[in-house]
Ligand binder design. Structure first.
Ligand SMILES: [Zn+2]
Length: 134
């Protein structure tokens, strides 16, 4: 069941790209329960897209698109993991044409989930393709 990943599941290792993020036991349990992700919650947090979730009481919310999971950060720690039930504001996001997961067209020159080059080429540019035509 275990895939080779650089961070041990749930362990506080290799948090190099982000400041150290505390993970509550509750969040860890919800992550295991609600997602089928192979990577640790910490690694997922580092990869996930910052999103706006006006209705969530959180300091920061990130979307782990492959599992449609919302990572809820509040008061200095990752508190829980929710299923994305549409409460987030996706208007600034776009969908990767290769894997169809949501990406941030401003920051992602390549898809953060599958590595494909994104069509918007938004990095450092003012032009951003907004919204998705459902
Ligand atoms: Zn992709």
């Amino acid at each position: 069941m275990t895939k080779k990943i650089s961070t041990a599941n749930g362990e506080a290792q290799a948090a190099q790209t982000d400041a150290y993020v505390r993970i509550s036991t509750h969040a860890q349990e919800r992550w295991t329960e609600r997602t089928s992700a192979q990577e640790s919650l910490r690694a997922a947090w580092e990869r996930s897209i910052r999103v706006r979730a006006p209705s969530a009481s959180a300091t920061e919310v990130r979307l782990y698109a492959p599992c449609e999971a919302l990572l809820i950060y509040r008061q200095g720690a990752l508190r829980t993991v929710l299923n994305n039930d549409g409460r987030i504001d996706c208007t600034a996001l776009g969908a990767c044409t290769a894997c169809e997961n949501l990406i941030d067209p401003v920051q992602d020159a390549t898809c953060r989930w599958c590595g494909a080059e994104t069509e918007t080429h938004g990095r450092g540019r003012a032009s951003v393709v907004r919204g998705d035509k459902a």
